[in-house]
Write a protein that binds this ligand. Structure first.
Ligand SMILES: [Zn+2]
Length: 329
């Protein structure tokens, strides 16, 4: 039975964003955004999370009629409701988040990886509507992923799938945020693209960005690179082409693994838009193992922006079976 109220929370390293939804309505009744406490004290972050939820509970609501979905970064065991680690919240290790929240709120509580929730958001209300099998990649400060197969999240035995940003694409590549080397995130996230641009400029490459680089290397961002590429800067165009090749190879691998109907690309780096997506489409056709993988495939931009996770939380509250509750379910 559908719960009348849903509360979705997107717990990030910088912000805690939350929204209250009534029934199936995707326009939140109310939404809040607060800062994630920057402290090693895990209780402080838990208390901030609890406050964000408490602030959204309607005074006349019965907790038994409220579902809460919390998305957190990093590996999450959604079956047990454990946050195994959170990249931007170092004090969280094997944290029993669901049990802690249940001690505060006698509601139905779902814990999920944030990118998995965003994948559910796009599936239910965004670029994935009507699809049953899709791969979602969010490319921003990091790279997150979610795989939907037969209409549900693909989670695996411990619920840790699918961390697409932490697949090794170049063993000799730079160190990833997770500590390993050459993961997709270490090569194609926003900071990785900016770092590569700075390295090429430091090596003497000529670009309309050279002056900016000399005065402030940290001003070289994906936004600046996109702007320069749009204005015809050959250096920036080459860099974007190199990133699109890398992503196209990776997506072709995803086709071989998951055979999706759609690949949905979100996150801040997708501000590059067609500048990045068009060559990715071409590249995927080139790298796919066989034409059949791309014949009915759509590669497109995500539609929900920063709200994908919150709307994914709503989708999960309304339809818990979107996320398997155990390996066998
Ligand atoms: Zn990694």
């Amino acid at each position: 039975m559908a719960r009348p109220y849903s509360i979705a929370v997107d717990l990030g390293g910088t912000h805690i964003r939350a929204a209250l939804f009534l029934s199936q309505d995707t326009t939140p009744v109310r939404r809040t955004r607060g800062l994630t406490p920057q402290t090693p004290d895990q209780t402080a972050i838990l208390e901030a999370l609890a406050r964000a939820i408490q602030d959204l509970i309607p005074p006349d609501a019965d907790l038994a009629n409220i579902s809460i979905a919390v998305g957190t970064p990093g590996p999450v065991d959604p079956f047990l409701g454990l946050v195994l680690s959170a990249p931007n919240i170092p004090s969280w290790h094997a944290l029993p988040l669901r049990d802690w929240l249940l001690s505060r709120f006698a509601a139905t509580i779902h814990i999920a990886n944030d990118a998995n929730l965003a994948a559910l958001g796009e599936l239910s209300y965004g670029a994935g509507q009507g699809a049953t099998d899709l791969v979602y990649l969010t490319i921003g400060t990091g790279i997150g992923g979610g795989v939907i197969t037969a209409g549900r999240l693909l989670l695996g035995s411990r619920g840790l799938g699918a961390e697409l940003g932490h697949v090794t694409v170049d063993p000799s590549g730079p160190q990833c945020g997770c500590g390993r080397n050459g993961h997709l995130e270490a090569l194609a996230s926003g900071p990785a693209i900016a770092r590569e641009a700075r390295a090429r400029l430091a090596a003497g490459a000529s670009s309309s960005l050279s002056q900016t680089y000399r005065s402030d290397p940290l001003a070289i961002t994906t936004e600046r690179i996109a702007e320069a590429a749009r204005q015809g800067d050959a250096f920036s165009r080459t860099l974007v082409a190199d990133i699109s090749t890398l992503l196209a190879r990776f997506i072709a691998d995803c086709l071989a693994l998951f055979s999706p109907q759609r690949v949905i690309l979100g996150g801040g780096v997708m501000g590059l838009g067609e500048l990045l997506i068009a060559p990715i489409r071409e590249g995927v056709t080139h790298y796919a193992m066989a034409a059949a993988y791309v014949e009915q495939l759509t590669i497109c931009a995500a539609q929900l922006g920063d709200d994908a996770g919150l709307l994914g939380g709503l989708a999960l509250c309304l339809n818990p079976s979107l996320q398997p509750s155990s390996p066998a379910s």
